[in-house]
Design a protein around this ligand. Structure first.
Ligand SMILES: [Zn+2]
Length: 247
């Protein structure tokens, strides 16, 4: 005799009205199966299959459209917000959070033929990110100090890798560590120093609404960590570069 009680819900595969899985779910299942982290400031580019970024754009636009509707905005009749969902989806996936979905720009390193070992600094490099907590902008500047090792990379490449790392939702402390890891991987310097000064719009625009507050943090690796005079020289060079800005 068969039970009259409802059986458990049909599985997704056998449900007659089940459409294809949302692409974000397929990607998350793949990442979970591989044991790969996909935190807000992780890059997942190598786990995306061809065409999935386009599918994600469509899915995200749909969700943003629903968000706007939940915010009781008449997107069907408001000419200003008619295509906002599509713009926001493109902005997240290809601009402000591109560092999550796109591969690192190609950066070639070269042997340090002349055995250069004097420190140099590059900066200011623009920092454009968003806080993980509210997804509002973090804007500021970054300085990178290098004591070269066996390999060197071109000066402009520091801007490219910084832009790629910062274009993710972040907290500033972790962003600086991730940038340091990437630069170490690219050119294995004997010493690396990074300083970031940034304004957080979650403090300026909302919350405590402090327009002038900024956050400053740094990371020291290798010789910059071991040698206090090298660290002092880095901050002195940054000060000189800042002075150049006001002239
Ligand atoms: Zn925030």
């Amino acid at each position: 005799m068969t039970s009259t009680l409802p059986s458990s819900l049909p599985s997704r595969a056998s449900a007659p009205d089940a459409g294809p899985l949302p692409v974000s779910l397929r990607i998350r299942e793949r990442l979970d199966a591989a044991g790969v982290a996909y935190l807000a400031n992780d890059n997942i580019a190598e786990h995306l299959k061809e065409g999935e970024l386009d599918q994600l754009e469509i899915e995200v636009a749909g969700k943003v459209r629903e968000l706007l509707r939940s915010l009781v905005i008449d997107i069907d009749n408001d000419h200003n917000t008619e295509e906002t969902a599509e713009r926001v989806a493109r902005m997240y996936l290809h601009e402000v959070f591109k560092g999550r979905y796109h591969h690192q720009p190609k950066i070639a390193s070269f042997p340090n033929v002349k055995k250069l070992d004097e420190i140099y600094t590059v900066g200011p490099i623009s920092v454009r990110s968003a806080c993980s907590h509210h997804l509002v902008p973090i804007l500021g500047n970054c300085w990178i100090g290098i004591k070269p090792g066996d390999r060197v990379i071109g000066l402009s490449k520091f801007s490219r890798v910084a832009d790629w790392v910062f274009s993710r939702p972040h907290i500033q402390e972790e962003a600086v560590m991730i940038l340091a890891d990437e630069i170490e991987r690219l050119c294995e310097p004997q010493g690396l120093a990074i300083l970031v000064k940034a304004q957080h719009y979650c403090m300026k625009w909302r919350g405590v609404k402090e327009p002038q507050t900024s956050m400053v943090n740094s990371v020291m690796r290798g010789d910059f960590r071991l040698d206090p005079s090298l660290k002092a020289e880095f901050f002195e060079l940054v000060k000189q570069q800042e002075a150049l800005l006001s002239t």
